[in-house]
Design a protein around this ligand. Sequence first.
Ligand code: DC
Length: 225
Amino acid sequence: MPGGKITIAIDGPSGAGKSTISRLLAQELGIIHIDTGAMYRAITYKALVKGIDLTDEKKLTELALDTNLEIIPARGDRPQAILLDGKDVTREIRSKAVNEHVSEVAKVAGVRSRLLHLQRKLAAEHSVIMDGRDIGTVVLPSADYKFFLTADLETRAARRYQEIFGDQGDCAEFESVKQNLAERDLIDSSREFAPLRQAKDAILIDTTDLTISEVIEKIKGYLCR
Ligand code: DC
């Protein structure tokens, strides 16, 4: 890994392992991790609380511009926290309602450009591993390293289901998690602005049959070259 400031972009669909892997890798490298999905989630949460029509792009853009979003990056064992207009909403943004609507909000150009600005500012100030959908293609096209993590839908759904329900869920809940992931994949990859796409110069890693530490070792192998 070269000395000095470093930027690492990690993209891919939900459940591919991006956030967990980015957080642990950042911890090992002693740099910060920014989970950009949390930013889209925070805007979605605020829109839901305010009862805004999620098909009204103008209102969503105004809402995003009128929002103070503060990311306290993950460092060491402390996970990333997110402050929405001064209030910690780290837990609230993981709700079922936010899961179901976040892709709709993330389609809106005005919302994306507001968050793009914040994301670039963070990367300009710190050595960072930033994970999302458009980091290697749009947010940090000149990142030092780019990875695109993927896994088959069944595996990604099983991971998400385990995260949400642990051993408490049932088959219907598994199917609903899987359906939500498939719907989000479709919206995220077919939207007009900054769709989920592998950057031409990103390294593709299929995590279906890999453990978290195997993926981390693979990525570290590329950083050392
Ligand atoms: O990574 P996540 O599941 O928390 O992301 C939530 C949603 O946010 C996801 O469905 C797509 C959107 N997103 C995006 O459009 N661009 C990003 N850089 C990160 C997330």
